[in-house]
Design a protein around this ligand. Structure first.
Ligand code: ATP
Ligand code: MN
Ligand code: MN
Length: 386
C-alpha cells in the first residue's frame, strides 16, 4: 500500500458498524442522504437484503471523519458495494444521482412513503393499498377501508406526527413522563433512549426506558403509568403490551427474535404549546390547568400538538441490555447482533446475552460490560449513529 495518498485508519476499515464511532450528523450528508433514499426504497419494496446493503454503505460513510471529495479516497473501505460506489461517483462528479432523483419522484416511492408515514401502517398494508390505487390520504379516507385504532389515530394526527420532534419538545415530554412515573412508583428511574440519547437534535418520536432498582417493583407498572397519564389528559392514543418474556423464556431458553417482549406502550402524547420543560414542570403541580388548556381544540391554531412517545419497562436485571437495544440506531443494533452471532457465537437481545459455546447467559449491569463480553471496544451512545 506504499504510495497510497490516503490510507484508511484501522477503525474505518472495520466492517461492522458496532466497531466504529459514528457521530451525528457526519461529514458526508449529501452522500448518506442519497444512500438512505435507496435503502428506504428497497425496504419499501420489501427487499430487506438490498436495503441492508445500502444501509451498511450509508453507515460506513457516516463514520468517516472528513468529507469525501473523490472516489479514490474510498479505496479499501469495507461495506461499499459496486452499486453504492456508482451512486457516490455520480454524486461527487455531478452533484446529483439520477437513480436517486428518479427514485424520489417515482409514484410508488412517494405513495409508499406517504402511506407508511401513517402511524400503525407497515409496508405490507401500504403495499396492498398502493396496489389498489391508493396514493393519497384523501383516497384512503374515501376508500372505505376499515382502519384499526392505531391507524385511525395515525391518520387523525398525520401532520403533527410527520413534523419532527425537537430536542426542546423531547425535554418537555421527559418532564411529563418523569412526573407521572415518580408519582405512581417513587424510586423508579426514567432514562431517555432512542435517537435523543444518541445526541440527535430531532426525532420521529421520544423513547423512554423505565426501571426500578428493586427487581419486581416494575411489574405491571405500565398500566399505572397509562392510568395516570390518562387522568391528567396527556394521552391521545395508547397501545400497550404486557411483558411476555418470563413465560416464553422458560421453554425456549435463549433469545432469538429482534422484537423484544417488555411491558411497553406505543403512544401519542398531547403536548401543549407552552410545554417548555419549565412550564411543564409547573403544570405537573397543577394538572387541572393542563386539562383545561388541552381541551381547547381549535383547528390549526390549537394550543397543543401530538407527539409519538414509546415507553418501555424493564426489570433492573435486564436494564443494560434494554438500554443498549433501545438506544439504536437500528443499523447499530443489527450490526451488534450480527457481530455477536458470527464473531462470538453469542446471541444478543434487548433482554440478555447468551454464550452458545459456554451454554450460559452472561450478566451485565452496564452497557460497558456488554461491549466487553462481546469483545468490542465501547462505543458511547453519541457514537452509535450508524
Ligand atoms: P427516531 O429519531 O426516528 O425516533 P430512533 O433511533 O429513536 O430514531 P426508533 O424507531 O424510535 O428510532 O427506535 C429506537 C430504538 O428502539 C431502535 O434501536 C430500535 O431498534 C428499537 N426498537 C424500536 N421498536 C422496537 C420494537 N418493537 N422492539 C424492539 N426494539 C425496538
Ligand atoms: Mn425514537
Ligand atoms: Mn421509538
Amino acid at each position: 500500500q506504499q504510495g497510497d495518498p490516503v490510507e484508511a485508519p484501522a477503525f474505518l476499515a472495520a466492517s461492522y458498524a458496532c466497531q466504529r464511532n459514528t457521530p451525528q450528523p457526519g461529514h458526508n450528508t449529501l452522500l448518506t442522504a442519497a444512500l438512505s433514499v435507496l435503502a428506504e426504497s428497497a425496504e419499501l419494496n420489501g427487499d430487506e437484503g438490498r436495503g441492508l446493503a445500502f444501509r451498511r454503505s450509508e453507515g460506513l460513510l457516516r463514520s468517516l471523519d472528513r468529507r469525501v471529495q473523490g472516489l479514490a479516497e474510498l479505496r479499501g473501505l469495507p461495506c461499499l458495494g459496486d452499486h453504492s460506489r456508482r451512486v457516490i461517483q455520480d454524486l461527487l462528479e455531478n452533484g446529483v444521482s439520477s437513480e436517486v432523483e428518479e427514485t424520489k419522484s417515482s409514484p410508488r416511492y412517494k405513495a409508499m412513503k406517504l402511506l407508511t408515514g401513517i402511524f400503525g401502517v407497515g409496508v405490507k398494508t401500504a403495499k396492498r393499498w398502493f396496489t389498489e390505487g391508493i396514493c393519497s390520504l384523501a383516497q384512503l379516507e374515501t376508500s372505505g377501508h376499515s382502519l384499526n385504532a392505531a391507524q385511525q389515530a395515525g391518520l387523525k394526527y398525520y401532520t403533527d406526527l410527520n413534523q419532527p420532534v425537537s430536542r426542546e419538545e423531547a425535554d418537555a415530554v421527559s418532564v411529563m413522563v418523569e412526573g407521572v412515573v415518580h408519582s405512581v412508583l417513587p424510586g423508579a428511574r426514567v432514562t431517555l433512549a432512542g435517537g435523543f440519547r444518541r445526541g440527535k437534535m430531532s426525532g420521529h418520536d421520544v423513547d423512554f426506558l423505565i426501571t426500578h432498582p428493586d427487581e419486581g417493583k416494575e411489574e405491571g407498572l405500565i398500566h399505572k403509568i397509562i392510568a395516570c397519564l390518562e387522568s391528567r389528559g396527556l394521552l391521545l392514543y395508547q397501545q400497550n403490551t404486557r411483558n411476555t418474556y418470563r413465560e416464553s423464556a422458560k421453554g425456549a431458553g435463549r433469545p432469538s427474535s429482534s422484537m423484544d417482549r417488555f411491558e411497553r406502550c406505543f403512544s401519542i402524547f398531547k403536548l401543549t404549546n407552552d410545554s417548555s420543560p419549565e412550564d411543564t414542570r409547573r403544570a405537573q403541580q397543577d394538572p387541572e390547568r393542563v386539562r383545561v388548556e388541552a381541551d381547547q381544540t381549535g383547528s390549526g391554531g390549537r394550543p397543543w400538538r401530538a407527539v409519538r412517545v414509546d415507553l418501555v419497562v424493564s426489570p433492573i436485571s435486564q436494564f443494560a441490555f434494554a438500554l443498549l437495544g433501545w438506544t439504536g440506531s437500528k443499523l447499530f443494533e443489527r450490526e451488534t447482533r450480527r457481530w455477536a452471532v458470527r464473531e462470538r457465537s453469542m446471541s444478543l437481545s434487548s433482554h440478555a446475552l447468551y454464550d452458545r459455546n459456554q451454554e450460559r447467559y452472561l450478566r451485565a449491569s452496564s452497557e460497558e460490560e456488554i461491549f466487553a463480553h462481546l469483545g468490542l471496544e465501547y462505543v458511547s451512545p453519541t457514537g452509535r449513529n450508524a
